[in-house]
Unconditional design. Structure first.
Ligand code: URA
Length: 438
């Protein structure tokens, strides 16, 4: 088999066999297929798509590119949660400690920033010392002892997915439904988790902008889960505006800590509580998601979820003092205010533009291995539905230099839309696949 022939085959709209996909992923992983050929294949897939059989084959090839964990020695269901990617999406930092604090083991494989969306690993690495590059053995140990570990793809676990993810990030090939589905599900399969809660984002700050595309992705993910014998529930949630107020690596850790301490933004807290409700119901801990939400609220209020995040950071080598006193995080050199040009009601905050502005500031990457910064980002001061007075601050831009501030400013100049009439804030959740029996 030759990579070039297979690239041409896909470019011309033909299907690849499972053996061909296995060959491509295997040889890319070993380095026998270079980045430029894989980038070309990704672009062909982006335009031609993959059918269900090809998507399953890609998922399996990526999952099997490293070790596949087995938690069957733990006599509990091990769970995982994954987001399809959003702006200001710090849900993992709040939700996984809630679930683990309830005694349910969470084996979480997270990613770095992708395109204009942020990544949990980049956020956690803003805590000095935090080690996301665990060996599969150490990952298992922490899950067993602490009920929660969060790691990234490494040479040990889904290494080919890690390479592909980094390549998609910088080649304009992220927004393909099959590539997203295989990327997410391969990590879940390799982590050996039995119940998986997926948070599928929709809106301007998501890869699936339309509701139809988001539900389509949800169906595909649930189908892959079923084919691979996993329990999967996919919740479709809003990403028309950033989640919470903070967009940035350390800035989002600080906001997540506020939620865990009971004084964070309402939307982040509500979404995490609702997702926890589904997770608790999925594993049979409660009779229905509503009961699960009550449990989640208790675990937030009594501080056990906050304690669980601290225990996790400690187990992974991070300096817990940063979570106890978030003033320790480094600060950006410049804080610039984006002001309202007119009075009225904020009817749109274009999450994609905010995400792109954040990338310009150094939150994410424009080329592979680009150095990112923990302290930069954007903090919104108003959300959709709020009334605004002319000249008031809509957002604070945290920048380290004038050049990145200028580029971020160009994105943000068109990110806020002020209307004459009041609009409602968007729904948090649009639906669940498969429909959840309550
Ligand atoms: N999250 C992932 O892990 N992969 C994607 O492709 C998108 C979101």
């Amino acid at each position: 088999m030759q990579a070039l022939d297979l690239i041409i085959k896909k470019r011309d709209g033909q299907s690849l066999s499972p053996e061909e996909i296995q060959f491509l992923i295997h040889d890319y992983n070993t380095g026998a297929i270079p980045d430029y050929q894989m980038a070309s294949l990704l672009m062909a897939i982006y335009f031609q798509g993959l059918n269900a059989k090809e998507t399953n084959a890609l998922t399996t090839a990526l999952a099997n590119s490293g070790e596949v964990l087995d938690f069957s020695s733990l006599d509990k269901t091990v769970v995982d949660k994954h987001s399809s990617g959003g702006v200001g999406d710090k849900v993992t930092l709040v939700l996984t400690p809630i679930i683990a604090a309830a005694g349910i083991p969470v084996a979480k494989i997270s990613g770095r920033g992708l395109g204009f969306t942020g990544g949990t690993i980049d956020k956690l690495e803003s805590i000095p010392g935090f080690n996301a590059r665990l060996s599969p053995q150490r990952f298992k140990e922490i899950v067993q002892d602490n009920n929660l570990a969060i790691m990234m793809q490494t040479e040990g676990l889904t290494p080919a997915e890690g390479k592909l993810y980094a390549l998609r990030d910088v080649t304009g090939t992220v927004e393909n439904i099959s590539l997203i589905a295989a990327s997410i599900m391969s990590k879940k399969l390799a982590a050996g988790t039995q119940a998986i809660l997926l948070d599928i984002k929709t809106g301007r700050g998501a890869f699936m902008e339309s509701l139809d595309d988001a539900f389509n992705l949800a169906e595909i993910l649930v189908r892959i889960g079923k084919d691979m014998d996993r329990r999967v529930v996919a919740v479709v949630s809003d990403m028309s505006q950033p989640l919470g107020f903070a967009v940035g690596n350390a800035l989002e850790v600080i906001e997540a800590v506020k939620v865990l301490q009971g004084h964070g933004p309402w939307d982040v807290e509500r979404l995490c509580v609702q997702l926890a409700g589904y997770m608790f119901a999925m594993v049979g801990k409660v009779r229905n998601p509503e009961e699960g939400q009550e449990q989640a609220e208790k675990l937030l209020k009594n501080g056990s979820a906050y304690q669980k995040l601290k225990d996790t950071v400690k187990a992974q080598g991070g300096e817990v003092a940063y979570l106890e006193n978030t003033d320790l995080f480094p600060k950006a050199r410049i804080i610039h205010k984006v002001k309202a040009k007119t009075a009225g009601y904020l009817c749109e905050i274009d999450a994609k533009r905010v995400g792109r502005a954040a990338v310009w500031l150094g939150v994410g990457r424009m080329y592979k291995d680009q150095q990112i910064r923990p302290e930069v980002g954007v903090i919104l001061n108003r959300k959709i539905g709020d009334s605004v007075v002319k000249g008031e601050t809509l957002a604070f831009v945290h920048a380290n230099d004038e050049a990145s501030l200028k580029n971020a400013g160009k994105e943000l100049a068109n990110a806020f839309n002020i209307c004459g009439e009041k609009v409602e804030s968007p729904h948090l959740i649009y639906g669940v696949v498969p429909p959840f029996p309550s």
